[in-house]
Structures are given as C-alpha cells and as structure tokens.
Design a protein around this ligand. Structure first.
Ligand code: MF3
Ligand code: CO
Length: 251
C-alpha cells in the first residue's frame, strides 16, 4: 500500500479527529488512581468516544475485544481491559486509544503512574515521552523516515533501556494502519522521503530492561520477556514544510 498524502480537507478532518482524541486522553488520565480496574478505563473511554460522536477504532480491530488498550507494568501494549485487574499504588499504566471521526482515524498513547511511583519508573515514563519529541523534530518534509527512528534510538541509548522492535509506528488516515512503518530503533535504510500532508503515528515503546517481548496466551497482550517495566508514548503527527503539527496534543 502506498503512503497517502492528505488534502487540505482531509487534514482538517484529521485535526478534528485528533483534537477529540486528546480530550479522551485528558479525561482518562484524570481517572487513574489506585482501586479502579482496567475495565473501568475502557468503559469510560468508549462512552466518551461515542458521546463525542466518534467510533472507537480499536474495538474489533482484528478481533481486539475493547476500545482502549490498557497495559500495566511489564505489559508493553495491547493489554485487554478486565474487571479483574485492579490498579495498585506504584503501578504504571499505558493507555493506547484511538477513534474515527467522519472516516478519519487518530491514535495516541500515554503512560501514567498510579499514585506514588518509584523514581526509576517515573524516569522511564519521562524518557519515553522525551524520545518521541527527539524523533518528531525530524518529522519534516524533505527528511528521510530513518532520521526519526535514528533520533529516537540515539535519545534512548544513554539510558540503557530496551527499545521494542516487534511493534512500530505507522501512517494513519482513513485506515488505522497505513504505510510507512516507523521503527523506533536505528535503521540503515533511509526509508521514504517525508512529504507535507503525510500523517504519521510515532510511538516509542521502551522497556526498562531488554528489548525482547513475548505474547501472552490471550493472543493480544505483549509483555517484556524479562518482566521489566515498559512505557509507551504516541501521537498522531502531520508533516508540513515547516515544523510538524502534533495533532493529538492540545493545549
Ligand atoms: N494503537 C495501536 C497501534 O498503534 C493499535 C491498537 S491495535 C488494537 O498500532 F487491536 F488493539 F486495536
Ligand atoms: Co499506533
């Protein structure tokens, strides 16, 4: 599949889709506290997405059974919300959410601490977010895709964290996953040349230990192979001739 270039009309729809998703993330972030279940987050997220007149794009995506991916501690991504999982003080929880507005997809992820967390866990969350910003600086028309990947890798390297290799960022638009794939680790291949009007979901997934991951028997949940904590940070971004527009970050 080719990489799509969005028209001005499509860009407006992407902007609105992403603006609404930012509202969803803000609300979900505010509900994180010890004692709630991961299912509570999914129920609230789906209700808000629908209240905003949108459709949760993850629900039933390849059979995924929920609207919000909720991944706790050593869970990297695609955790399945359940009323049996109660958030505890000191946990870290990654929320990955997306929606469809008038046919246009948005996708973003945040990792939150539950109550008081260790300085080491907070550092992982902060560095993961910072690595996104290190990468997105290179998300400009005329640059090559690998400049984003290489900048994320270079930012993470001094911390000794593991960069997840099995999952990558992606183009996004009328489909949740479009070309190109966007690895978060250093690439030798330059990849495509970025053009104004491309919309990309850039999403580093960073482990406190090694980069290796495993799949649980539920066929969805991906965990760190060594049991270490993992953090995730993602935004949908518009490529322009100047600075990138980070569409899922509002105010
Ligand atoms: N946000 C994920 C991504 O960036 C998509 C979730 S896949 C789902 O690729 F199946 F859980 F929906
Ligand atoms: Co994504």
């Amino acid at each position: 599949m080719a990489v799509t270039i969005k028209s001005e009309r499509e860009i407006e729809l992407m902007r609105e889709s992403c603006r609404l998703l930012a509202i969803v993330h803000k609300e979900l972030g505010e509900m994180i506290r010890p004692g709630i279940t991961t299912k509570d987050i999914d129920v609230a997220g789906e209700a808000l997405i629908r209240k905003l007149g949108c459709i949760p794009n993850f629900k039933n995506y390849n059979g995924y059974p929920a609207s919000i991916c909720v991944s706790v501690n050593d869970e990297v991504v695609h955790g399945i919300p359940t009323e049996r999982r109660i958030l505890q003080e000191g946990d870290i929880v990654s929320l990955d959410a997306g929606l469809i507005y008038k046919g246009y997809h948005s996708d973003a992820a945040r990792t939150h601490g539950v109550g008081q967390i260790s300085p080491e866990a907070q550092k992982l969350i902060d560095v993961t977010r910072e690595s996104f910003f290190a990468g997105v600086k290179f998300a400009k028309a005329g640059n090559r895709l690998y400049e984003i990947s290489n900048a994320i890798d270079a930012y993470i390297k001094p911390y000794g964290y593991g960069i997840v290799r099995d999952m990558v960022g992606h183009g996004i638009g009328t489909k949740l996953h479009e070309d190109p794939q966007i690895p978060n680790f250093a690439q030798k291949r330059r990849g495509i040349k970025l053009e104004a009007g491309m919309t990309l979901a850039i999403e580093p997934m960073i482990n406190m230990g090694g980069w290796e991951v495993e799949w649980l028997d539920d066929d969805w949940t991906i965990v760190t192979a060594d049991g270490s904590l993992s953090a995730h940070y993602e935004n949908t971004v518009l490529i322009t001739d100047g600075e990138p527009e980070i569409l899922t970050l509002c105010d």
